[in-house]
Design a protein around this ligand. Structure first.
Ligand code: ZN
Length: 244
């Protein structure tokens, strides 16, 4: 029985990533995928990419990954994000830049679609409500899509022609029905924004399909100290402790 670990939005937060990787070890995943935004905001972009690239079956590009390698304009990011992107651009090495530049917009694992933003607009669209999710269900024939980007774990479920936000509690496997379709946001490893400061990731059991949301505490203070030393914007540092 295949179990897939799915993580997203690491955002150069090495302490959060290492805590998640240790937790994933306990979950006995057969393979691991990443939904983008390896970098941006945090102080360890090279180290985070280095930790992950050899372990991942596949990964897709996030908007911050694209921006960090000059593959996308940065003027629609907020000012703090822009400042962090400029910092990241100056702190990447050639190997990391090459890896990020080569990430595709979409991929698949075990029949599930993988994108950073949405099936409709893979790199940039935020799916924050059922109406936005519905546009992606209508536009593409996937049965299960995994997304990140909002940093808020969520499960959108299409039942007939209705799309609803499903109840999904951490730590409890949620069965996926074969007659429903799903867009599943796995949350963020490195900068959670759902008022829970613990890192988030998901395991997906393929045979009798179910997904489980995991939350993992990590050493937030250590990351904040590094961000302070790197002179990254103060609000980016403070929000880690608040989880929003
Ligand atoms: Zn992100």
């Amino acid at each position: 029985m295949t179990r897939i670990g799915i993580l997203s939005d690491v955002h150069a937060n090495l302490e959060a990533l290492d805590s998640v990787l240790a937790d994933i070890e306990q979950q006995r995943c057969d393979l691991l995928v990443c939904l983008g935004d390896f970098v941006g905001y945090g102080p360890d972009p090279i180290e985070c990419v280095a930790r992950l690239r050899g372990r991942l079956r596949t990964a897709v590009a996030g908007n911050h990954d694209r921006a960090a390698v000059g593959g996308r304009p940065i003027d629609d990011f907020n000012l703090f994000a822009q400042e962090a992107i400029v910092w990241t651009q100056a702190h990447l090495d050639a190997a990391t830049r090459d890896y990020l530049s080569g990430l595709p917009e979409r991929d698949e694992v075990e029949g599930a679609l993988l994108v950073h933003g949405s099936p409709l607009r893979p790199v940039d669209e935020y799916i924050g409500d059922a109406k936005t999710a519905r546009a992606s269900f209508v536009a593409h024939p996937f049965r299960i899509a995994f997304v990140g980007h909002t940093h808020v774990p969520a499960m959108f479920e299409e039942v007939g022609h209705r799309v609803r936000l499903a109840e999904w509690l951490p730590g409890i496997p949620k069965p996926l029905r074969s007659d429903h379709r799903y867009i599943i946001n796995v949350g963020s490893v490195g900068q959670p924004r759902d008022s829970n400061r613990d890192a988030a990731y998901v395991t997906f059991d393929v045979a009798e399909p179910s997904v489980t949301l995991h939350r993992v505490p990590y050493d937030i203070l250590a990351t904040q100290r590094k961000m302070e030393a790197a002179m990254l914007p103060v609000p980016l540092r403070e929000r880690l402790a608040l989880g929003r």
